[in-house]
Design a protein around this ligand. Structure first.
Ligand SMILES: C[S@@+](CC[C@H](N)C(=O)[O-])C[C@H]1O[C@@H](n2cnc3c(N)ncnc32)[C@H](O)[C@@H]1O
Length: 229
């Protein structure tokens, strides 16, 4: 019987803040797709079935889950799928070389509802900075959550990062559908329960842009009946 893997670890514990990570070896000639907080990597396995000519790397803090994904990749003869240990609060920049990633997925990050636990949410200005460094110019970030508060926080952060990341739809707009032909375990669960899913798709700026606007207050879209700025 498979061993039970715990649901959460504390990413702020010293063990996870100080753990050493190695850069992931990547082939130079294939597009690289990554999922941050991949859990069992169901999403990446399905992506790989659809397009085997890519490399799919899941980053996950639960080491048992990392081992499970890599065992499954060997059993399924899918060497394109790899999971690596990493704490996304600190490690992303150390795992991937600059401008090496074509597409990054953040699927259903833990919401950490309690205010005292918000500091465990890994989508922060710091993570966006690291992500901008490892994504190729024009590379894509896809985000999904069934928790509106979490999705709105992500939207606000990403819109304020402009011109580093630009909304691939229209500013301040969510994406209606899953565009990737693959669903994560959590996504399947949400669909089965009829929950609404909030999706975002942003593109890394083509040229390194000014970051002056990043910490400026957000300029939300004009409400109906108001004039925009
Ligand atoms: C709610 S699960 C979603 C899993 C998967 N993406 C899906 O959609 O089914 C969130 C995952 O993120 C991982 N995670 C949370 N904080 C993390 C961190 N700081 N670094 C790396 N992984 C983290 C958790 O261990 C968990 O596997």
């Amino acid at each position: 019987m498979p061993r039970r893997i715990r649901q959460h670890v504390n990413a702020l514990s010293l063990g996870h803040l100080r753990a050493a990570v190695e850069p992931v070896p990547l082939p130079p000639d294939l597009p690289v797709e990554i999922e941050l907080g991949c859990a069992d990597a169901a999403f990446l396995f399905e992506r790989c079935e659809g397009d085997p000519n890519r490399v799919y790397v899941g980053v996950e803090i639960r080491r048992e889950m990392v081992d499970r994904v890599n065992r499954r990749a060997a059993e399924r003869r899918m060497p394109q799928v790899v999971a690596v240990y990493g704490n996304l609060l600190v490690d992303l920049g150390g795992l991937f070389p600059p401008a090496s990633v074509t597409l990054c997925h953040i699927n259903f990050p833990d919401p950490f509802f309690k205010k005292s636990q918000h500091k465990r949410r890994f989508l922060t200005p710091g993570l966006l900075d690291s992500l901008a460094g490892i994504l190729r110019p024009g590379g894509m970030l896809s985000f999904q959550s069934d928790v509106f508060e979490v999705a709105l926080e992500a939207l606000d952060l990403l819109e304020r990062s402009a011109p580093l990341f630009m909304n691939d739809e229209v500013p301040w707009r969510f994406v209606r559908r899953n565009l990737f032909g693959a669903r994560s375990r959590r996504e399947r669960g949400c669909e089965a329960r009829g929950l609404r899913i909030w999706r975002l798709r942003f593109r890394r700026a083509l040229a390194p842009g000014s970051r002056a606007a990043f910490n400026a207050p957000a300029t939300p879209p004009a409400r109906a009946g108001e004039c925009g700025p």
